[in-house]
Design a protein around this ligand. Sequence first.
Ligand SMILES: Cc1ncc(COP(=O)(O)O)c(C=O)c1O
Length: 437
Amino acid sequence: MTDLRTDGAAALEWAAGYLERVGELPVLAQVAPGEIRSRLPVTAPDDGEPFQDVLRDLDEILLPGVTHWQHPRYFAYFATSAVEEGILAELLAATLNSVAFLWRTAPAATELEYVVLDWVAELLGLPSGWHGHIEDTASTSTLAAIIAAREATGRDLIVCYEQAHSAADKAARMLGMRLRKVPTDDQFRLDPDALGDLSDAAVIVATVGTTASTAVDPVPAIAEACERSGTWLHVDAAYAGTAMVCPEFRWAFAGVDRADSVVVNAHKWMLTPMDCSLLWTRRPEEFRRAFSVIPEFLRTPDAEDALSLSEYGPVLGRRFRALKLWAVLRCRGRSGLQAHVRSGVELAARFEQWVAAEPGWEVCAPRDFSVVCFRLAGDDDRNRAVLERVNASGEMFISQAVLNGQYVLRLAIGQVSTTEADVRLAWEVLRREARDL
Ligand SMILES: Cc1ncc(COP(=O)(O)O)c(C=O)c1O
């Protein structure tokens, strides 16, 4: 039998020790595909084993196969952090094991979700009174918004562009909807003049902070086109939305108040453990029309009905995700989130200056937030080789993107523990590996 006090204390000690030493581990897991699986038994044990054995095997078998997202030199994709209060709240949420599909199955989880979504809307400058709820990921949030858009418009065309996240492509395929991609301008933003005829468009997916270069689409012009054609506007601010907590970045949310739905991932830049995707809409009734299916066993008195958040999205059983977000918002406050965003942006600006000043390297896209797209002079293969070498070193982890048909390197800052020394070390590793090519 697992003892929550003694085994729990050991698990907590493991977690605290891990966060203290994670910076000394190789960022990218140094294992071959299949290696971890081959070290594990092929069947579950017949009889229960002590929890200590689980912790031991976590260290000995699994840890070598962990890519350390909590590492201060994790710079790939979008670097994220799960902070202490969020980690603890996950433990507490699992302890309560609420399944929030009806208001009555989880009144506190349901109502806290409404409250934290209102809090974050206010923090980010979204209009008050919008309906917000939590999905697992931005992929699901965007899928849900597209389904609501189809329901609201009766149309089956999704309009986006090549820099939109592939979640839109995936949604189109899953839903059997048509997808039209419009060209970008020279700064990798959706070009509103290229939108064309929207009379059969159900939804335009615009992005504030694209995945590749964090470009910000001209949302006011796109909103205008949507309003003219009766098209739903979904804004994907999965990464950059968090930056709106700082007044100096609010320009990027211009026009977002005219959107029909907006997604921001708290598990990206808002310090909240994976997974926690925040979806707001000013048209909750359209979501409800799209998603509310109430068989007899789910029937409750009407007053409870509209509050049940499973009526606004694709899933029935819902985790108590609001608890971790609440913990983060309370323990960091507005100022803590602002400090985190500003620190990432300042470090990225410094890195950008170093790259721009170094002969043989170039910055490849405007930098609005904490991501720098850059490359080494020469062909794509040289840049691919540098990326492979720096990642294999274990000292840092970056990823890549394609801009203007060209392969570029991408350094994303978002880890709460990243310091200037980490970014400087990353730059040294990059230059060393480029020299040694
Ligand atoms: C702009 C943008 N939208 C959506 C997503 C998808 O996020 P998720 O992994 O939560 O589905 C990402 C992921 O990086 C993203 O950058």
